[in-house]
Structures are given as C-alpha cells and as structure tokens.
Design a protein around this ligand. Structure first.
Ligand SMILES: Cc1cc2nc3c(=O)[nH]c(=O)nc-3n(C[C@H](O)[C@H](O)[C@H](O)COP(=O)(O)OP(=O)(O)OC[C@H]3O[C@@H](n4cnc5c(N)ncnc54)[C@H](O)[C@@H]3O)c2cc1C
Length: 459
C-alpha cells in the first residue's frame, strides 16, 4: 500500500482523499486551518458557491452526492433586477435544470466527514506546509499549536493547496516550469440578507439574483436557512462606483439607493457588512507542467484557479478527482503514465474553462440586463426547445452536461455563428422587436439552422 500525502483539506483535497483511500491507498491529509467540522470557515473565501451536474457526477461516484444535495438549495433560474424595480425571471433550461447553492463551510464539512470515515485516511489540522521536497517527496510542516516542525515523507504528493499553492511554488523553482497569474481589476464583498420576518425568503428562493449595472453588479445566492448572501462586484479603482470611491456610509447608501433600490431595504447591516469586511480579489492561475516526475501532481485551484463567474472552480476540481481515478485505474501502478494521462486530458479543459470564465464575467456584468442580449437569449431558447440535443446554450453545456469544456467551447463557436446570422436576418429581428411569441420564429429558422446543427453531435 502506498502512502500518499495530500496538501490541503479544502474542497478538492477532501474529495481527492476519499477517491485515493477508496482505491486502496494510505492517505495523509494536511491543512493549516483547524478542523472545519468544529470551526467556522476561515475568512477570505466566498461564503457559498454553486454546484452543477459535473460536480455532482464526481461526488456521486463516491456516494457523497446526496449528502451534498441535502444541504443545498436548487436554483432553477436567474432573476434580473432592473434599476426601476422590474424583475425578469430567466429559467436556466427548458427541463427544470438547476444549479445548487451551498455553503462552502457545510460542503467542506460533509466532504471531510466522509473522508474521515475511510479507514486508511488520517487528517492533520493546524499543520502549515513550510517546505516541499519534490524529489523524495516530503513535506515539512509546522504545528500551529506547538510550533513543532515535522518532516513527513510519502510515496506520492498531491498539491491540492489552492490558488496560492506552496507545492506549486516549489515546482516553480524547477527548470522550464511555466506560470502565469492574472488578477481581475474587480473585487467583491459579501453582504447578508436575513430571512423574512415570517422565516421565509426575502427574495425568490430557488433562484440566483443579479443586479447588472455595467461595470459593477450585485449577485445573490440563497442559503438553506432562507437567508441570502449577496456579492457586490466593483472595480478596485477608476470610474465611480469603485471600492476606492465608496469611502463613507453616506457614499454607500447613495450607491444602493440609486443603483440597487430594491435591495437596500433587505440590508439593515449594509454599512457594518461593507466596512467590516475586506474586499476579496479574483485570480486566474495557469501553469505547466502539473507534475514533477512520477512523484508530485497539482490538482484543483493549485493547478488552475479561475474567476468565479461561471461557478466552475470547485466543479472542475471535483471533475479532476474523477478523471484522475480513471487514470489510476487504467495506469496499472505506473504513476508516470497516470500523471501524464491526467495532465493531457485536463490541462486543455482547464484552459478552456479559464477563458470561458473570463468571458462570462463580462457577460454577467455588462450584458445580462442588455436589450440585445435578451433578444439573443430568446432565439437561443427557441432553438434549444426545437433541437434540445443539438442546440444547447453554452451555459447549459457547462452547467447541465458532462461534455468536456473543450467540446463545449467548440460547440459554442458554431452556435454563436448561427445566432449571429439569425440576428442579422431582418425578418427575425422584426419579430423579436415586435415582441412576437418565440414560436413565430420557427419558419425563419429551419434551413440555416439544420445546416449548422449538422456540425454538432447530438448529446
Ligand atoms: C468568490 C468566489 C466564488 C466562487 N464560487 C464558486 C462556485 O459557485 N462554484 C464553484 O464550483 N467554484 C466556485 N469558486 C471556486 C472555488 O472556491 C475553488 O475552485 C475551490 O475552492 C478550489 O478548491 P481547492 O481545494 O482546490 O482549493 P481551496 O478551496 O483553496 O483549498 C485549499 C486548501 O489548502 C490549504 N492550504 C493552502 N496553503 C497551505 C499551506 N501552506 N499549508 C497547509 N494548508 C494549506 C488551505 O487552508 C485550504 O483549506 C468560487 C471562488 C471564489 C473566490
């Protein structure tokens, strides 16, 4: 039995450890934080996140999916909030597809709880990784309670220690290691909406809420206790509003009264929340290779951190674990081959979702409330209703299927070209602008659509 060291007991490290223990390995899992099952979530990370089909597929494979479903709120669509108080509900799909909003802390507790049920797994908390020896491999850890240093060797080392990975930092010192990191010029702050006075939802419960306002936006996620967590996204500095321009409680109240008037009454602790919390940054990390010989592998955010707009960071990290398990099963004990197969499969997909996430960030912020964008969405919806397996909007490919991110990107380029041509058709545009029913477009869609959809494979 091999001893595998897993650096980081976050979302991906915990799930990975379950997979590795199930595959018959002795797993030693380490994290600098106290036991998440007893302590509150460490600061600096979003309070909740959303999981989708591909994340659940990886969770289901080790039998933890239903435990996670039981602590999540399914969201069947988005509610777009106009400045004038108008609400527009946009369902995610035509078949009641949902993404699931879940507290990061609860999710980590559930995953760690199951990890600790594995007889061949030990988890060590309050152990900070100070040094990494890639050749042995081994970790030098400081016990944050006693200050004691320990060096722990293993047969393999998995770096699941997040976007600022200590394992990756050591790999950066090896020859020909490529690395880039890119911060968005935007940051976010989280604000809390309490449940309504009767204990119900203060906003539509089974939905994500978006207040798109050009270069800034508010986005809300439901929690199990009927509260909401809102994230306010704005640039750090530059044209107002920006974090640098909101300096006093009066500035903040003025911003909300003019830009988010319907949210303001739901936020009695707005000033304390805003000024009591630091703004958090968003980063894209790319690196290569993800492996060091047959000893070390990076996984999850340590290998490919992405901006959160698509809600795919954890989902893709969970998918990593499932793909790695397949590579281990196919590799017959040859770790060099396992690592190489894994990286060959996952790296192009990580790059694809990294690009898509950056694009989607701008779509959410700038376009979701835009007239032209909504007309395009109408045509998309009708195409999807008519050809549900052939025309699948990009968001749905990412969130409600297990199609690889690379294939989703390829299909999206084909579908986008079709949509561009349809939107340029005066007949289609006239009907859309008149507000005709979406079915009225049908006679105008057929030939062109069938020709293009020939390039997609039915799902
Ligand atoms: C605002 C925001 C919203 C997001 N929303 C979503 C979403 O809706 N859906 C989604 O799928 N993803 C989302 N994500 C992304 C998601 O949070 C990450 O992709 C996910 O947490 C990655 O998991 P991980 O285990 O790789 O890294 P992490 O969750 O960062 O875990 C790394 C672990 O390693 C430990 N560690 C780090 N360094 C050391 C060290 N030196 N010594 C010991 N331990 C160490 C840390 O304590 C931590 O526990 C969001 C991210 C942000 C910032």
């Amino acid at each position: 039995m091999e001893t595998i060291l897993v650096a980081g007991a976050g979302l991906v490290g915990s799930l990975l450890s379950i997979y590795l223990a199930r595959l018959g390995h002795q797993v030693q899992l380490f994290d600098r934080y106290p036991d998440f099952r007893e302590a509150e979530a460490p600061g600096g990370k979003s309070i909740n996140l959303t999981l989708c089909e591909r994340g659940f597929a990886a969770l289901d494979r080790v039998g933890v999916g239903d435990r996670v479903r039981s602590i999540s709120v399914p969201c069947y669509g988005r509610v777009i909030h106009g400045v004038d108080g108008t609400l527009e509900y946009q369902p995610y799909g035509t078949r009641r597809e949902a993404i699931h909003s879940v507290s990061r802390n609860h999710l980590n507790r559930v995953l760690l709880g199951m990890a600790l049920e594995q007889p061949t797994l030990d988890c060590h908390f309050k152990q900070k990784i100070l040094e990494v020896d890639l050749h042995q491999p081994s970790l030098t850890l400081r016990d944050l309670r006693s200050g004691e240093l320990t060096e722990l060797p293993g047969d393999r080392l998995f770096g699941a220690d997040g976007a600022h990975s200590a394992v990756r930092t050591q790999m950066q010192r090896t020859r020909r290691f490529d690395f880039t990191q890119e911060y968005l010029d935007q940051a976010y702050k989280e604000l809390n909406v309490a449940p309504a006075a009767d204990g119900g939802w203060a906003l539509e419960g089974n939905a994500i809420h978006i207040w798109p306002r050009g270069h800034y936006m508010l986005i809300g996620f439901p929690n199990l206790d009927h509260s909401f967590t809102l994230s306010l996204h704005m640039p750090y500095e530059g044209a107002a509003p920006a974090f640098s321009s909101v300096c006093t409680p009066e500035d903040l109240t003025a911003l909300f009264s003019t830009s988010f008037p319907d949210a303001l009454p739901l936020l009695p602790n707005l000033v304390a929340d805003f000024f009591g919390r630091p703004e958090a940054s968003m980063i894209t990390v790319r690196c290569s290779p993800w492996t060091f010989e047959d000893k070390v592998l990076l996984i999850g955010d340590a290998a490919h951190a992405i901006v959160p707009s698509y809600g795919q960071g954890a989902n893709s990290g969970f998918e990593d674990c499932s793909v790695l398990a397949d590579c281990i099963l196919e590799g017959g004990g040859d770790w060099r081959q396992v690592f190489s197969r894994f990286e060959t499969q996952r790296k192009p997909n990580a790059d694809a979702i990294g690009d898509l996430a950056l694009e989607h960030f701008h779509e959410l912020r700038d376009l979701v409330g835009d007239h032209e964008f909504q007309l395009r969405k109408k045509v998309e919806r009708r195409l999807n209703e008519l050809y549900p397996d052939r025309y699948v909007p990009l968001y749905n490919l990412i969130s409600f299927t297990n199609v690889t991110y690379v294939e989703a990107l390829r299909r999206e380029r084909v579908q986008r070209a079709l949509l561009d041509r349809l939107m340029a058709d005066p007949g289609v545009r006239e009907r859309l602008e008149r507000g005709d029913a979406e079915e009225s477009l049908d006679p105008l869609l057929s030939d062109l659509t069938m020709e293009t959809l020939g390039q997609t494979v039915a799902l």
